[in-house]
Design a protein around this ligand. Structure first.
Ligand SMILES: Cc1cc2nc3c(=O)[nH]c(=O)nc-3n(C[C@H](O)[C@H](O)[C@H](O)COP(=O)(O)OP(=O)(O)OC[C@H]3O[C@@H](n4cnc5c(N)ncnc54)[C@H](O)[C@@H]3O)c2cc1C
Length: 588
């Protein structure tokens, strides 16, 4: 198969899924029904964005019967490809994704078709938790203690945020529950968590352990270092998106109102700088209305879109707003401090098992591939990881890999072809190496005053030299694993995915890795930091310089966490709900 066919096949399946969703609406019964609104309708709370944070907040606030809560979401109900973990690769570049790309920076993305990187983010109930890879990772105590120190507020320390992780969680893995760290897990929360274990992962981890590489069962407890099976937000065969779980479970509450397929275009302030209303454009841009909030407005539109909405509403860097003739209500560094985790793919082929194997039948309820995750510190006395290795063991997956690299990530045909040709003959170990604490910062700017234009995303990837140096050290450290018995026994060979691109450099030299990284660099889509705690919002997540307005989503993370960002964002939703209930006399 060639990359063009792989892309065309993926688009055809997407179209078929779209037709099924639009004609049969099979999942609608799981979600709250659309409400009807008119100009000046009034609620106690308006939440903008039903993603990882927003859906949690809508659920927790609507537990209080006398709170009238409205949540506004640009997307609609999650269709089958969201619900079934095995179909998730069909959500990208579709109506379920905002289809934003990075701005061309002249250095990174050298092996992409358009030399830019997709900035996937969900436009659907559940937001990015509806299209993400479902890894459940809380991060390290170091992350939250660092935030607490920054804002001088103990409530952000690990021991004080841990109860909020536990609150949302329904741990279903009996071994984890029985283990010494079992008490650090929730049993009754909304989000079901399972581990994926199979023969591949058992063999891999056993072998690492025998070779003296740290292996752990529970990277979601107080100690996170080591290689491990992956915890997933998958239960009973279904993706545990916040849309499905937090909004779905609250769908019959009479005090919870939802506006789907509706875009919030501006927040309005009175003379006292109190946020009192939201302008929205409802389905198919048919109706524009202003909706009022008597208590608070909470922005949870994600780290790319929350800064856009704030800036359109007059909250942001004054120089930038003035160039677009936007009246400045609060001069704050909104959109600055953009952070993301990069992912550098390293692929190895393994000798195929000589026994004839038959392809397994496709099961949409399970996550494809065997997965391992490693959290590694180079300095062995350090308690938090420097890098994460996300490892997929892929048997008979040549077509899947081709689809992933050519259609999803949009790598050039050379890269995709080369992976496909190697994968046809072998099992592939695909590892993504992620520097967990990048120093580089990017920025979100407005493209125009039109709320339907995407913001400009200047990623800033590798703009700090130190990040490149560290990434090379982490790749070299990971490659030590290839000297362990698992890789040796299987005659592992690294795939030259960059083809001739880096042929002028000696393999393994700094120049070689620089070229390799600039060609292959991918992102984990963990955008964060653009409405940061301590600079844009205070330690109660209230926007500085105005009243009645909070931001709660990945944008408030002042430093990105040491892992994937979905669980930490749900934790933020839990935590801010208690802040809000406390202020309004409803905290039990
Ligand atoms: C492809 C992908 C894979 C990932 N894999 C993982 C993973 O395996 N594990 C993990 O922990 N994390 C993962 N992440 C990251 C994680 O899912 C996100 O960091 C997290 O979901 C972000 O939550 P949020 O609440 O900040 O934003 P989102 O969940 O993106 O929610 C924002 C919501 O606001 C809506 N919205 C935006 N603007 C407006 C507007 N103006 N009006 C109305 N609605 C609006 C959006 O449509 C969206 O629903 C992944 C992310 C992506 C995109």
């Amino acid at each position: 198969m060639d990359p063009e066919t792989a892309v065309s096949n993926a688009v055809t399946v997407q179209l078929a899924l779209k037709v099924i969703a639009l004609t049969l609406d099979l999942t609608a019964y799981l979600f709250p029904k659309q409400c009807d609104v008119n100009d000046d309708d009034t609620f106690d709370f308006i939440i903008i964005g039903a993603g990882s944070a927003g859906s949690v907040i809508a659920n927790r606030l609507s537990e209080i019967e006398h709170f009238k809560v409205l949540i506004i979401e640009a997307g609609g109900d999650p269709p089958l490809e969201v619900m079934y973990p095995g179909l998730s690769s069909y959500t990208y570049h579709s109506r379920l994704d905002w289809n934003i790309t990075s701005q061309y920076d002249g250095t990174t993305a050298q092996c992409r078709k358009d030399k830019v990187i997709p900035q996937f983010s969900g436009r659907v109930l559940g937001g990015s938790s509806s299209i993400n890879c479902m890894y459940y990772v809380r991060g390290n105590p170091y992350d939250y203690n660092r935030w607490a120190q920054l804002v001088n507020d103990e409530t952000w320390k690990w021991e004080n945020v841990l109860p909020y992780f536990i609150k949302s969680e329904r741990m279903l893995d009996k071994d984890v529950l029985k283990s010494a760290t079992g008490k650090l897990h929730g049993r009754h929360g909304e989000i079901g968590i399972t581990r994926s274990i199979d023969n591949n992962t058992r063999r891999f981890l056993r072998s690492l352990k025998e070779d003296g590489i740290p292996v752990t069962m529970d990277y979601n407890a107080n100690k996170t270092l080591g290689y491990s099976d992956v915890f997933f937000t998958i239960a009973d065969g279904y993706r545990q998106s916040t849309g499905y779980r937090f909004l779905g479970l609250a769908r019959n509450r009479p005090n919870l109102y939802i506006l789907k397929n509706t875009v919030a275009t501006k927040i309005l302030f009175n003379d006292d700088k109190r946020a009192y209303a939201v302008e929205v454009v409802t389905e198919n841009k048919i109706k524009k209305v202003t909706l009022k909030a008597t208590k608070e407005i909470i922005v949870s539109a994600g780290a790319l879109k929350s800064p856009q909405l704030l800036m359109l509403s007059g909250i942001g860097p004054k120089d930038h707003l003035r160039t677009l003739n936007i009246d400045v209500i609060a001069n704050l560094p909104v959109g600055k401090n953009l952070q993301d985790h990069l992912a550098i793919p390293i692929l190895h082929t393994l000798q195929k098992n000589k026994k004839k194997s038959f392809p397994k039948p496709f099961n949409p309820h399970v996550y494809p591939y065997s997965n391992i995750v490693g959290f590694v510190a180079l300095n062995k006395s350090q308690s938090y990881p420097d890098y994460e290795s996300t490892i997929n063991i892929i048997d008979d997956g040549a077509k899947d890999l081709l689809q992933l690299y050519s259609f999803v990530y949009q790598y050039s045909d050379n890269v995709s072809d080369s992976i496909y040709n190697y994968a046809k003959e072998s099992t592939v170990i695909e590892t993504l190496i992620t520097d967990l604490h990048p120093k580089s910062r990017g920025e979100i700017l407005l493209r125009s005053v039109n709320p339907f234009d995407h913001p400009l995303v200047y990623t800033g990837y590798l703009s700090e030299e130190e990040d490149l140096d560290n990434t090379i050290r982490y790749i070299e450290d990971y490659l030590r694993l290839t000297h362990t018995s698992y890789f040796k026994k299987n005659n592992a060979q690294m795939i030259n995915i960059v083809g001739n691109m880096c042929k002028g450099f000696k393999f393994g030299s700094k120049d070689y890795w620089t070229c390799y990284i600039q060609c292959t660099l991918n992102n984990m889509t963990h955008y964060s930091g653009t409405c940061a705690l301590g600079s844009v919002v205070d330690s109660r997540l209230l926007v500085r310089g105005v009243k009645g307005l909070r931001v709660t989503d990945t944008s408030i993370m002042p430093y990105i966490v040491s892992g994937n960002t979905n669980a930490p964002t749900m934790m933020l939703g839990e935590k801010v709900s208690d802040f809000i209930k406390e202020v309004h006399g409803a905290l039990k």
